[in-house]
Design a protein around this ligand. Sequence first.
Ligand code: RUQ
Ligand code: CUA
Length: 650
Amino acid sequence: MKIYNHLILTFGVALMLVSCGQQNQSSNGALSSSAAEKVYVAPGEQDEYYAFLSGGYSGNLTVYGLPSGRMFKEIPVFSQFPTSGYGYSEETVPMLNTSHGFVPWDDAHHPDISQTNGELDGRWIFINGNNTPRIARVDLSTFETAEIIEVPNSAGNHSSSFITENTEYVVAGTRFSVPVPQRDMPINEYKGNFKGALTFISVDPEHGHMAIKFQLLMPGFNYDLSHPGRGKSHGWFFFTTYNTEEANSLLEVNASQNDKDFIAAINWKKIEEYVNNGGGTKMPANYAHNVYDEHSHTGTSTMRNEVLTVDPTKVPGAVYFLPTPKSPHGCDVDPTGQYIIGNGKLSADLTVHSFDKMIAAIEGQKFDGEAYGIPILKFEDVLAGQVKSGGLGPLHTEFDGKGNAYTTFFISSEVVKWQLGTWEVIDRKPTYYSVGHLMIPGGNSRKPFGKYVVAMNKITKDRYLPTGPEMEHSAQLYDISGDKMELLYDFPTHGEPHYAAGCPAELLTSNSKKIYRLDENRHPYAVTSADGSKVVRDGNEVHVYMSTIRSHFTPDNIEGIKVGDKVYFHITNHEQDFDVPHGFAILGQNSSELLVMPGQTKTSVWEPKQVGVWPFYCTDFCSALHQEMQGYVRVSPANSNTELKWSLGE
Ligand code: RUQ
Ligand code: CUA
């Protein structure tokens, strides 16, 4: 009885506490500062920001909402994606073409949103493929990969894909130096012979189309990360280097010998002028340029065979080296364009260079020798200050637009907030665990939206329920609107996010496409009217012009297909409503399904191997009669005389 009473008592007190809490919440908002409330986006409500996280070794880009951490979409970029048929459908296979043939995967690192006047404009997002060097442009009205350009003479395309203040250029720098042009030579003759190509790819202001403007052939260092100048430093681009020792083996020891490596400061305006006046050397180079056309719904791959290279010593005043300790990784420029931050990953302190001091030192011709003909400025002459952080292993820095910077520390697992100008540490918060990049929406622009920072961690360990030896990486969301950072939320990410880019939701929502217009469909095999469906044989090739609308394929019965045929299913989705795709899959298909958006045409090729009657069906639950959305293909022996015929629903 006593226990019973006690229970009632406890229960009663608990109830009182709950109701008390609720009262507080409605009366004086005592709970409004809770972390849970700050990330809670109620059912039916929408997030405040988009966040685009690179997928690392997934090769793709994932889209999240902030503050909820909900994942909205995975955008296939460099990797085949059976979920939609990207990289499998005839229309998208050309997007993954390279000079090495079809490369259906890459390692995607650094997304960057296009800018106008140094502010995010939300038109496109660029991302680099690290392994087989490529830069992709994703259209932010369709969230589809619209273009991929291969980068020749590059290897480990890592100091990429950062854009200049008006999206004049998307820049790609090589991590590995290699023989340029590639050739058969002994590896131990690297030093002095290999080159590091920094590639400036121009972006057409209207359509976004990319073209390699020039490649700067730099000394054979490793070019790790980069960022554009902005405001007063617009016209410059900054790259961190490591392995200035030019070691080709045991780099973990041999590339850590020099006390200082460099940040390379590139005056791209000067080089642009030089090449516009006929400077530079044309060099044969083989690379693919793949463009997706939104109206024909088709990608085309064109091989290019020449690039314009520039020898930095031929353009006086265009390239300088800023000594920076100690194998720097991140290279970040603050919103005013005055400070260039080099995160020496083997040091405790951050090095901040001053753009004004750099210009003064250049004008005063105060050099500390040269490397391969490129002048080296004096460390003390360009140094703005050092942040005595107390952390270990600084990697990347972002800015809140209120005079503060936030740097990740991989080894000490923390984000450190410090002040630009005073270099004082204001706050530090642990991350779980081993943080790499971080992202503040607009943090790489003149106008950051300094409300949240997302830390992208490399190690997850005990943060989530175990999923066997492999865990997804973990991101953490901090509120940075106050003096102190507040950890709000953990959420899993997909692949390995390196960098990310974010923007206010309304920048994209107003331009977001809902459907493709059927009357604008210019796909050569589209069926745009209800009676246009047909099946056409051309030797061993059979083209099926198929249409879909809830809940029917036209045609849904096809006979006269033979073993040895190559059957092209060209499927046009006649829906004109938002979010009504139809899928297509046929038994034994050696690729993936297709997911066809309203108004779009996509093609799957099927080479039937066995005689029989094989079903196909819609893979996306589209209506109450989705299960009825199906059909058959009769496959006869190779030498049969079965007549080609199909049903049109009469
Ligand atoms: S990296 S964790 Cu590929 Cu950007 Cu620094
Ligand atoms: Cu169409 Cu399910």
